[in-house]
Structures are given as C-alpha cells and as structure tokens.
Design a protein around this ligand. Structure first.
Ligand SMILES: *Cc1c(COP(=O)(O)O)cnc(C)c1O
Length: 377
C-alpha cells in the first residue's frame, strides 16, 4: 500500500487512522455482524453512533445549548437555496430580503441562487481586487430590513479567509446587534475554534474538512427557526427534508440521514479530540500554512496574490510566474506523490489545500519540491 499527499480541495484527504478503523469495522461493526452502512437509522446501534457524533461535534466547537446541530443532505450548494427558504421571511414574516458580502466564487454562487427566493443586497464585493481580500466590515452596506447577512468565511477557490468575527453592533450600531450572520464554513469548519454564539447559522458540506460527500452540517440558533407565533418560519414551499424546524424537531431523522457519512464524521470528531481539539488543530494548521506562504513570499519564482491578512490557512492558490511551466510542474509533483495541485479553472495556476488531515510532512514535501523545481528551472 502506498498513500500519497493529497492536496485536493474536496472531496479531500481524511486521517489515515480513521480510514483504517472504518476498514477494520466495515464487515462487522462491533460484533453486530453488519456494516454501519447496512444498519437501520432508527436502530439503537446507529442511534448511538448518531448521538455520539452530535455530542462530540458540540464539544469540539463548544456549540451553546440554544443551538441545534442538524445532519442534513444537499451539500453547500443546496444550502444556497435552503437558507433563504428557511430564514428569509424574517421574524415577523414581512421581510423578504437579505444582505451578502461577495468575496469569491462561493459567495457569488450563494448570491445567484438566493436571488431566486427574494431580494439579495450586495453589502460589499471584492470583485475589483480579483477576490484577493475581505472588504472591511465598516464598508458593508447593510439594509435596515434584511433578515440576515450571508458570508462565506473561507473562499475555497480564491483562498480568502475571514480571520475575524464580524461584530455588526460595533461597526453598524445598535440596530444591527441582533442581525443574524449566516456563514458558509464548508472549507474551514473545525480547522480552528469559532465563537458559534456570534452566528445565527453555520453550515458546511462535509467533504472538505470532515468526512465523505453527502453529509451537510447546519448549526442553527433555535430562535431563528420559528416566527413570533412560534410556527416554523420557513417558506411554505420549503421541502420538509430541508426545513430546519422539521429536522430539528425530529433530531435530523425526518428522512433517512446520510448514515455512513455520519459514522465517518464521528470517527473524525474522535480523531480531532485525540489531537487535542480545535486549538491544537489551529496551531498545526497555522504552522503548515506559514511554511508554504513563507516560501512562496521569499521566492520570485512563485506568487500568492491574496492580501496577507486575509489568506486562507486551508486553501493556498499559487502561481508559477512562468505559466508555461505549469504542466511540467504538475507532472513532477505527481511523480513525487504530491497529488491534485492543479488550481481551479476559474483562478488557474496551482492550489494546495491543507485541511486538518494533511500532515506537516506533506507540506514539507511540497515545499521541498517547490525549491527543487525552482532550482532546476
Ligand atoms: C465546496 C463548497 C461548496 C459546495 O459544496 P457542494 O457539496 O458541491 O454543494 C459550497 N461552499 C464552499 C465554501 C465550498 O468550499
């Protein structure tokens, strides 16, 4: 067996010990004589796996008790429609608009999709910078009647990350104190501690930093689920399986949840706890990212174009100054077991994703290759 260093942006590398445990338990989960994949989602074995995964995730992220954690399907792109269907009608039912900050490809997609359900106001956009920075919160134009503010706190394709938690009361005044912030954290959830209480909704697809594709995690403040009359606030046409209130009331079991994905995510949560939790992951992730960015910055052969304060710890797009060498670069990387470094077609160049499961040795091997390639060319 030989494992490579997989720099894919998603689906992405998983911890080897998790995969090994899943393999060992594949045919017979703890003497049940069946795979987790074959279990009834309402049986006590799977209910236990589900409850433990929920509890571990709540502990890892220190999710306050007035937030529900939902295990859903539909992915990050599904949430682009599911969020407005659930939250756009506002607390008193008469608003039908929301604000969004556009920092790259993913928030742009959220904007396009949500527009089909109501009015989306662009509070700020970094398009003029080529999506290389987060616009200063003081400059965000928030509408008085918007139901929420949507952010993508890590732009997977552009490599731009929020390294601060917005405080709308401080930047926009008292009237915005309770404005819920909706954050698409698909590609950096669990990479570091987050103050969940500052958000109304956090969501993410699992396949970047958590587990297999197919599981979507939503962490939602309970009071956002219902209107003043205590009824579900979702649009009447919102599919029931995507209605946060319906799923919250049935512990994410209104429909069959993505059982195997939840099981693997649960193993990843245990692995994260064994690593020392999210503060320890943040230290590792900072060290890995610094190694790569420092080299890119000192070299005149490569470059990263994102403003330093807004660089993603998870996704590092970079360019060879001589782009005619791209194919040779990728071929040499492949031969050394450094896989999936080709950049997204929208941005071009290269991209190295350094999620939790990427060991420091992988980044060291990448930097060694960058040096070697620079020397040779
Ligand atoms: C990958 C990604 C998505 C989309 O995920 P799908 O599972 O393909 O729907 C959305 N937002 C961000 C930030 C992502 O990285």
């Amino acid at each position: 067996m030989s494992r490579v260093f997989n720099f894919s942006a998603g689906p992405a590398a998983l911890p080897e010990t998790v995969l090994a445990q899943a393999a060992a338990e594949m045919l017979d989960w703890r003497g049940t004589g069946m795979s987790v994949m074959e279990m009834s989602h309402r049986g006590s074995d799977f209910m236990g796996i589900h409850a433990e995964a929920l509890a571990d995730l709540r502990a890892l992220l220190a999710v306050p008790s007035h937030y529900k954690i939902l295990f859903l399907q539909g992915g990050g792109l599904g949430e682009n429609a599911i969020v407005p269907l659930n939250l756009m009608r506002g607390q008193s039912g008469h608003q039908n608009e929301a604000d969004i900050v556009i920092t790259g490809v993913w928030s742009e997609k959220s904007y396009q999709e949500a527009q089909r359900y109501g009015q989306m106001n662009i509070a700020a956009s970094a398009v003029d910078s080529g999506f290389t920075q987060v616009p200063a919160p003081e400059s965000w134009k928030l509408h008085q009647d918007s139901a929420y503010l949507h952010l993508c706190t890590n732009e997977t394709i552009n490599g731009v990350e929020y390294h601060f938690t917005p405080n709308l009361e401080a930047t926009h005044g008292k009237a915005f104190k309770d404005r819920p912030i909706v954050a698409d954290m698909s590609s950096h959830i669990l990479s570091r501690p987050v103050d969940v209480s500052q958000y109304g909704l956090i969501y993410g697809g699992a396949q970047k930093n958590i587990g297999p594709a197919g599981l979507t995690i939503a962490i939602v403040r309970e009071d956002l689920l219902v209107n003043d009359a205590g009824e579900s606030r979702a649009h009447p046409l919102c599919p029931s399986v995507f209605n946060y209130q319906v799923q919250a009331e049935s512990d994410s079991m209104y429909n069959t949840p993505p059982t195997y994905g939840i099981y693997i995510a649960g193993l990843v949560f245990k692995w994260l706890k064994a690593q020392g939790g999210l503060a320890a992951m943040e230290r590792q992730n900072r060290a890995k990212a610094a190694l790569l960015y420092d080299y890119l910055d000192t070299s005149s052969f490569y470059e990263n174009r994102v403003r330093k304060a807004d660089r993603s710890l998870m996704n590092v797009p970079f360019f060879l100054k001589d782009e005619s060498l791209n194919a040779v670069f990728l071929q040499g990387a492949n031969e050394r077991g450094l896989k999936q470094l080709k950049g997204h077609r929208v941005v071009g160049g290269m991209r190295a994703s350094l999620y939790n499961a990427m060991p420091l040795e992988g980044v060291q091997a990448l930097v060694a290759y960058l040096k070697e390639f620079e020397r040779v060319h």
